[in-house]
Design a protein around this ligand. Sequence first.
Ligand code: AHR
Length: 500
Amino acid sequence: MNKITVSGGNQNVRINRHIYGHFSEHLGRCIYGGYWVGEDSDIPNLRGIRGDVVEALRRIKIPNLRWPGGCFADEYHWKDGIGPRHERPRMINTHWGGVIEDNSFGVHEFLDLCDQLSLPGLPRCEPYICGNVGSGTVQELSQWVEYCNFDGISPMADLRKKNGRADPWQVRYWGIGNENWGCGGQMTPEFYADNYKRYACYVRNYGGAGVYKIACGSHDDYYDWTRTLMEKTRVPNGFLLNGLSFHYYTIPGDWQRKGSATDFSEDEWLATMKKAIRMDELVRGHGAIMDEFDPDCAVGMIVDEWGTWYDVEPGTNPGFLYQQNSLRDALVAALHLNIFNNYSRRIFMANLAQTVNVLQSVILTDEARMILTPTYHVFDMYKAHQDAHLLPVNVESESSGGVQSLSASASMDAKGAVHISLVNIDTEKEQPLKINFDDFTVSPSSRISGQIITSNDMRAHNTFENPQEITLREFSDTTVSGGAVTLTLPPMSVVTLKIT
Ligand code: AHR
């Protein structure tokens, strides 16, 4: 029988809620149509931002939002996105379809979106702004920080007030460029590291916003980038950065033929699972290099782009990266979140690419209609881990095609409830499972509740015509005996348990 052991750990590692973060770029219909419909739209909106999307994201307690890109960030000039909308310049979105960007969604709109996404009584949805290093200037980024964060008399604070916002927003998270080894300027790690230091030097900590500077990091197994950045930003009393980013996408095929989002074989299912699980090896690899320089984990790993990347839906603009989202995506999301939870000693933040209508979205829209994807439901199931204490798990499981069939993570929340998240990637075999507890007592009087997402059809997905094809169901099939919990995970399933 498969076995998982949950231990108490030292209770010192917290699963940062920012691991459940998102990323939204000016790309395809993510911003325009996804969030922004404009104040005059028939689609219900608050100051131009659609209400249904905001409400859905609030339900999964979105902790942060990265914006404006992605590759777009390194050709975005923030001053184009302030002031009266009809006066804002138009530009070409060269990376994403060559379409006209009219800058109607800019700095104020983004920060209003983050405010709207924040739930009363809970920490706000933190804006995470990625600055332009590839085609921008040090002064431009420095002024952006001043515009957002300075409370007093200064050229940028005055401009902000003139544009209708008296109080600074206190934006904490600032990215210094995006993928500067590629679309962000084709730089070598040495050249970027030097540039990082110049740009980051002028990202000032106005008003004690506690500015958190995130350097552009590596991708896949480009370990040299991570090593160079850690080496070159080290100073006698620490580092000139707070976080180092990392990008990895799950692509079933290769960049030329990535594969379809909904029309795939069992082999492609397994290939996708294996590629998703590779995140574990990569996080360990980059983490080991960071450990060499920074054993106390002062520098956070920021996995600010992750998720599935398929061929676009037939008939859609290839530059818009619009793809459907099936049960397979739910499992990919759950595998990643288990990995991130388990490495939360080092991982400070992660951002799924991209929230609405682009890549592995949690929401799809079609004019006034909106549907939730299987990935959305996984974020809903896993939200209990946000800011909870990590409980280390040891997984002994059967294998499916050479990798472990099961994946797990666990945490204890502030009220003492234990949450366990489980994934069975096998397409045919259900997995009987015994969960043992090293430092807790689970007895027949313990209350166990659960949720499951699964289907007999690996390609199952929600459509605008059938939005509930795949959704969350209650899972109550657990038995407690001898201090252990036993259950059977159906094939292709994600299960979360809450034990109180
Ligand atoms: O998420 C789509 C693109 O993927 C981003 O713009 C870029 O950073 C990455 O290559």
